[in-house]
Design a protein around this ligand. Structure first.
Ligand code: HEC
Length: 262
């Protein structure tokens, strides 16, 4: 093969891989497309918000901007009859405008709307930071039914993954009762916390995990200036789902009245 040809095909494959690496091409495998102003993608807001919704409901929403077609839009233009989902710190409000018409999509959009105004959705909006500062304020809280948790990961696979990756620091179950690191909470103890599902679904965002954990297509690569100081935990979204499905089945530890979480 001619060197020139090879160079060209390398260039073409780089062009094909690049958008994927930037998390854009993933929008195509989504159940729903959400159109947003570009700044919500660039700031990392959609990457922060949408996986949290996905882990709760299994519904995958891809973010698009510019002229791309979508099923709904988060827009800073007021939508008659729709209350604001959130506003930014300058007071600019964002509304959800729905363009989809088919029933399956509308059902999932309904879940998304409900989640955005529920406690976990509002907390996801509140926790997003730009340069260490809160960037958005959630809209009005609506009393709605809890958005049902749907877990369809492979619990058996999750059991192996949890022991392999998490068992290095956490006691998982009887398989590593005397393993784990003393000060690290056991999985059974963490299940006694009321919001344990939220915590497990986004554990990679909670310290100390970000410094050594990568979830493919969701987390940013490690900072080359600060590589992980221990063997990294590299997972796919399906593997995180599998671990969560395993945790769902784990018995809650009976901590007794005077025993701490750890
Ligand atoms: C290198 C050690 C280490 C590994 C590996 C590790 N964790 Fe942790 N994890 C910790 C420590 C330490 C804490 C306690 C942090 C605290 O209390 O501030 C913690 C806390 C947690 C929490 C509770 C977070 C909260 O809301 O406070 C969850 C959930 C969790 N880990 C899940 C996992 C899962 C799932 C894995 C495997 C994929 C894993 N961890 C792997 C060290 C680790």
């Amino acid at each position: 093969m001619h060197v020139k040809r090879l160079g060209y095909s390398l260039f073409v494959s780089a062009m094909l891989i690049l958008p994927q690496a930037m998390g854009q091409a993933r929008a195509q495998d989504a159940d729903l497309q959400l159109h947003v102003p570009e700044n919500l993608i660039e700031s990392g807001f959609t990457k922060h918000l949408l996986p949290r919704f996905r882990f709760k409901t299994r519904v995958r929403i891809g973010a698009v901007s510019g002229g791309e077609a979508a099923d709904m839009a988060l827009t800073d233009v007021a939508v008659p009859g729709e209350i604001a989902v959130m506003s930014d710190v300058s007071g600019k409000a964002y509304h959800l405008s729905i363009t989809a018409t088919d029933d399956a999509k509308l059902k999932n959009i309904g879940k998304f709307k409900a989640w955005l105004s529920s406690k976990p959705g509002r907390s996801a909006i509140t926790k997003f930071k730009i340069n260490g500062k809160q960037a958005f304020i959630p809209g009005e809280e609506k009393k709605i039914e809890e958005v049902a948790i749907e877990v369809d990961g492979d619990a058996d696979e999750g059991s192996k993954l949890a022991l392999q990756h998490c068992g290095r620091c956490h006691v998982i179950d009887e398989r590593n009762l005397f393993g784990g690191i003393g000060s690290t909470p056991s999985f059974g103890a963490m299940k006694t916390l009321p919001n344990w599902f939220e915590r497990f679904s986004v554990f990679w965002t909670i310290n100390p995990h970000p410094s050594f954990t990568q979830v493919e297509g969701i987390t940013e690569p490690f900072n080359p200036a600060r590589p992980p100081h221990i063997a990294p935990v590299m997972l796919t979204v399906e593997e995180v789902e599998a671990i969560t499905a395993f945790v769902v089945k784990l018995p809650v530890k009976d901590l007794g009245a005077d025993v701490e979480m750890r």
